[in-house]
Design a protein around this ligand. Sequence first.
Ligand SMILES: *[C@@H]1O[C@H](CO)[C@@H](O)[C@H](O)[C@H]1NC(C)=O
Length: 182
Amino acid sequence: MFKCVATLLIVAGVCLIAGTNGFFLSKTDKCQVAVFKGGKEFGGEKIMANKSFVPYLKSVGQVAKACKVKVHVIDSYKQLKTPKDFVLSSEMPMALGTGIHFDLQDQKGGTVCNKLCMVSRSWKTLPDATCFINGLKTKGIKFTEPNLIDDGSVGKLTSTQLDQLKVHTQELCAPKKKTSKG
Ligand SMILES: *[C@@H]1O[C@H](CO)[C@@H](O)[C@H](O)[C@H]1NC(C)=O
């Protein structure tokens, strides 16, 4: 009985040390993309966002609330087939987890400016939609026609830097492959 308890304690100790070390060592090399729960200011597809993009999304939610609209999300982070896949610069935020495509609904989920409306830039004729788009700019959030919100990093980094960042992010966030088949 005593032997059994002693063994258990040692095993528990080893696990604790291994676990803690693992935590400290892998901290910087973990996938930083996770689900962002936006609350009632967001609808549509679930948002997958890099940690660094979360403060931007929170501001987006504040602007939406102030303008009485709901951000209807069309897509966000996309896992590529392989990290080296070519990505157009306009689609880069989707590969980095730093952007969303969207259109606009009212707070009850009714249409304010759907995708066609965004593409034809008709939001300019709609007071609530104009309030939202202009509100983004005053908060320093990048809006690119027709319907992209992102953190602005694509405009600031070189294509080489973006490519490295993309490969790094995509590698870290790739689903773990099952090794059973070798
Ligand atoms: C993702 O977030 C982490 C932590 O904030 C940051 O270090 C990293 O640069 C971000 N990646 C991208 C592609 O913005």
